[in-house]
Design a protein around this ligand. Structure first.
Ligand code: ZN
Length: 253
C-alpha cells in the first residue's frame, strides 16, 4: 500500500481509494501518515461485507476506520447466496434489510455508503445487486447517506445505463466512477479486466454520460487482472494515466 501511495503521489494523482486489509498490513498509523504526507484524498474505502451474519457486528469498526481515513464513501459488498440459499428474491431482500441497518450506523458515524452494482454473472457468489436500476430503487427507498458507484466493467452492457446514470445524477448520488475495459474473450470473471482502450467498452461515451449527469469526481482506474498485477506497478500506472489522458476529457484525479 505504501508503495502504491508513493507512486500515486509521484504522478500527481490527488485521490485514491483504499482497502482495509491493505491498511491492516502496514498499520493504521503508517497508512494515515503516508496519506497525509503525500497530500492524498481518499475516495472509497473497501469494504463492508460479505453480508454474512457476523458482518453487522464488525461494520461499526470498519465505518469508524473509514471516517478516520477521511473516506468519501464506504463500499458495500453484499456477497452472493449464503450456504443453501436458492431464492434470489429473498436473498436480495435479506441484503436490502442489511443495508438499511448499515445505513443507520453510517449516518451516526458520518460516512456515506456506496452501492456498486456488479456484473450479473457474479450474482450467485458475489453480488445481490447487479443493476444500477436496483441500486437506484434502493437508494430511493433508503433516503440520504447512500449513493452509487458506476463501474464500467459491471454496467457497460446495460441498455438502461444512460437512463439510470441520469437518474442517479438528478438525485445527487453519483459517488464514484471506476474505469477499466471488457476484454474479448474474458478468461476470468474477477481477474481478467482490461486496461482502458484494450477492450470493447465505449469509455469516452460513458465518461461523457457521467459528466452530463453532473458527476464531478475523479476517474478511478480499477483493473483486477493477473496480467497487469504481474507487471511493474510504476509502468502500469504510467500506461493507465496515458490511456486516461487519451480517452477522457478531464484528467484522472
Ligand atoms: Zn469498481
Amino acid at each position: 500500500m505504501l508503495e502504491f501511495l508513493r507512486l500515486s503521489a509521484e504522478r500527481r494523482i490527488e485521490t485514491v481509494s483504499i482497502w482495509g486489509d491493505e491498511i491492516t498490513k502496514v498499520g493504521d498509523a503508517d497508512a494515515l501518515a503516508a496519506l497525509r504526507d503525500y497530500g492524498l484524498k481518499v475516495s472509497g474505502y473497501n469494504r463492508i461485507g460479505p453480508f454474512v451474519p457476523e458482518c453487522l457486528s464488525r461494520a461499526e469498526a470498519e465505518l469508524e476506520r473509514a471516517a478516520r481515513f477521511g473516506a468519501d464513501h464506504v463500499f458495500l459488498f453484499t456477497g452472493g447466496f449464503l450456504e443453501g440459499e436458492r431464492d434470489l428474491a429473498a436473498a436480495r431482500q435479506r441484503a436490502e434489510v442489511h443495508i438499511g441497518s448499515l445505513l443507520n450506523m453510517a449516518r451516526q458515524v458520518g460516512v456515506k455508503l456506496a452501492l456498486e452494482p456488479l456484473h450479473p454473472m457474479l450474482a450467485g457468489d458475489r453480488a445481490l445487486i447487479t443493476s444500477l436500476t436496483h441500486a437506484n430503487d434502493l437508494c430511493d427507498v433508503l433516503g440520504h447517506g447512500i449513493g452509487v458507484v458506476v463501474d464500467v466493467y459491471h454496467l457497460w452492457w446495460d441498455e438502461r445505463l444512460e437512463v439510470e446514470v441520469m437518474r442517479a445524477g438528478r438525485a445527487g448520488r453519483l459517488l464514484g466512477f471506476h474505469v477499466n475495459d471488457w476484454l474479448i474473450p474474458t478468461r476470468h470473471l474477477l481477474a481478467d479486466r482490461g486496461m482502458m482502450g484494450d477492450g470493447v467498452i465505449d469509455l469516452p461515451a460513458i465518461e461523457r454520460m457521467m459528466r452530463r449527469a453532473g458527476f464531478r469526481g475523479p476517474v478511478e482506474v480499477e483493473i483486477f487482472s493477473t496480467d497487469w498485477w504481474a507487471r511493474d506497478p510504476a509502468e502500469v500506472m504510467d500506461i493507465a494515466l496515458a490511456r486516461c489522458q487519451r480517452l477522457f476529457s478531464e484528467e484522472p484525479a
